[in-house]
Design a binder for this molecule. Structure first.
Ligand code: PLP
Length: 358
C-alpha cells in the first residue's frame, strides 16, 4: 500500500523507539578504523565475554565465567542453538501461547514437539499449575519468555519461582528468552537462572537488539552450564563461526558504557504505551496495560470479528493502520491484533485519529 502511494500507519513492527546510541556506533566505527575486521574467536572476543559476565552478575544475579557464556548472532540465533542443544526427536517443549512466532518452528526443527499452554489459563490458575497439567514422560523443557512478545505480559518472581520449583521437581530444562529484560515497566525483571538450583538447568538467551536499539547488529549472548556450553560452542562454530568483529566492539561499549541509557527512554515508552492503550480502548478494543515489551495485544472480536487475519485486513483497509494478526502467534492469539507502541507520538496520534473514524 505504501509503495502504491497510500498512507500506512505502521504499528506492525518490532523495532525500539530510539536510534542506536552514539557510543555504540562510535565503538563500531572505532573498531573498523583500527582494522578490527579479522576473525574473532568464534565464541566472542575475550573483553566482551568479561563484560557480559560482569553484567550477568550485577544485573541478572547470574554467576558466570567467560567460559560459560557465548556471543551469538542475535536472540534468534541463540534460541536456535539452544533448542538444537537440548531437544531430541519427540521431546516435548512447553511454552505459554500466544508466543513469539519462530518458537514453534525452532522446536520442530530440533525434532521436538511444541506443547502450548494458553496464557489465559495460566493467569487464571498459575503458569506453573497450567504447565504441570501438560507434563508427560516426554516433557524435556519449558521455554519462558518474560516480558513476553506478543502479549506484553511479565512473569513476576513468584510465578518464576513456581516454574523453577516444577522444573527441579520434574527434572526439566528451561530456555529463558530475556530479549525484553530492559523493557519491564511494572516490577523488576527477574532472571529465572538466578533462582536457587536453576543455573545448571537453564539456558538464558539475551540480545542487544531491544535493549540498545541494535536490531541490525545481530548480536546477543547465551549463558549456560558447561554441559550445554560445549554443544553451544560447536553449534556456533559450525553455523556462523561467530559474530562480526566490529559489532562485538559495539556490544562491548553498550554493556560497559550503556548503563542508564535505556532508563532514559523509559518515560517515552510509557507515554506511548498509555496513549495507545487509551486509543485502542476508545475504539472498542479490549486490552490490559502491558507490563513489559512494547506491544499491545488487543482483543478486537467485538469490533472486527474473531478471525484475526480478517480483522487485520479490515483495519488496514478502513484506517490504514498496519498490525499483526494474533493467529500468527498461535491459535490462542485468534481474535487479537498486535500493535507496537514503539513508534513516534506523531504516528500514534495519527493512529488515534484513524481509530476514531473506524
Ligand atoms: N525473543 C523475542 C521474544 C523476540 O521478540 C525477539 C525479536 O523480536 C527475539 C527473541 C530475537 O531478537 P534478535 O534476533 O533481534 O536478537
Amino acid at each position: 500500500m505504501a509503495a502504491a502511494g497510500k498512507k500506512v500507519i505502521r504499528l506492525e513492527g518490532g523495532e525500539p523507539i530510539p536510534p542506536t546510541p552514539p557510543f555504540v556506533i562510535d565503538a563500531i566505527k572505532g573498531a573498523l578504523d583500527r582494522g578490527e575486521t579479522r576473525y574473532a574467536p568464534s565464541s566472542g572476543i575475550p573483553k566482551l565475554l568479561e563484560a557480559i559476565c560482569a553484567k550477568l552478575q550485577q544485573k541478572n544475579g547470574i554467576a558466570a565465567e567467560p567460559g560459560g557464556v557465548i556471543v551469538v548472532n542475535g536472540g534468534a540465533h541463540g534460541l536456535f542453538c539452544s533448542f538444537q542443544a537440548t531437544l531430541d526427536e519427540g521431546d516435548e517443549a512447553i511454552f505459554l501461547s500466544p508466543y513469539w512466532t519462530p518458537i514453534r518452528d525452532l522446536v520442530r526443527y530440533a525434532g521436538g514437539e511444541p506443547v502450548m499452554v494458553p496464557w489465559d489459563e495460566a493467569e487464571k490458575t498459575s503458569p506453573a499449575a497450567a504447565i504441570e497439567r501438560r507434563l508427560t514422560p516426554r516433557s524435556r523443557l519449558i521455554y519462558v519468555n518474560s516480558p513476553s512478545n506478543p502479549t506484553g505480559r511479565v512473569l513476576d518472581r513468584a510465578a518464576l519461582e513456581a516454574i523453577a520449583q516444577l522444573a527441579i521437581q520434574r527434572d526439566l530444562l528451561v530456555i529463558a528468552d530475556e530479549a525484553y529484560e530492559d523493557l519491564t515497566w511494572d516490577g523488576d525483571h527477574v532472571s529465572i537462572a538466578s533462582l536457587p538450583g536453576m543455573a545448571e538447568r537453564t539456558i538464558t538467551v539475551f540480545t542487544l537488539s531491544k535493549s540498545y536499539a541494535l536490531t541490525g547488529g545481530r548480536i546477543g549472548y547465551v549463558v549456560a552450564s558447561p554441559t550445554f556450553m560445549e554443544v553451544l560452542r560447536k553449534l556456533v562454530l559450525n553455523s556462523t563461526n561467530g559474530v562480526s568483529t566490529p559489532t562485538q566492539f559495539g556490544a562491548l561499549a553498550a554493556l560497559t558504557e550503556g548503563a542508564g541509557w535505556i532508563e532514559e527512554k523509559r518515560a517515552e515508552y510509557l507515554q506511548r504505551r498509555d496513549f495507545l492503550v487509551a486509543a485502542a480502548r476508545a475504539a472498542g478494543f479490549e486490552c490490559s496495560i502491558p507490563a513489559g515489551a512494547f506491544y499491545l495485544f488487543a482483543n478486537v472480536r467485538e469490533r472486527l470479528g474473531s478471525d484475526s487475519w480478517g480483522a487485520m485486513k479490515q483495519l488496514l483497509d478502513a484506517t490504514g493502520i498496519a498490525t499483526v494478526p494474533g493467529a500468527v502467534f498461535g491459535a490462542e492469539g485468534e481474535g487479537h491484533l498486535r500493535m507496537s507502541y514503539s513508534t513516534s507520538m506523531k504516528v500514534l496520534e495519527e493512529a488515534d485519529a484513524a481509530l476514531r473514524r473506524l
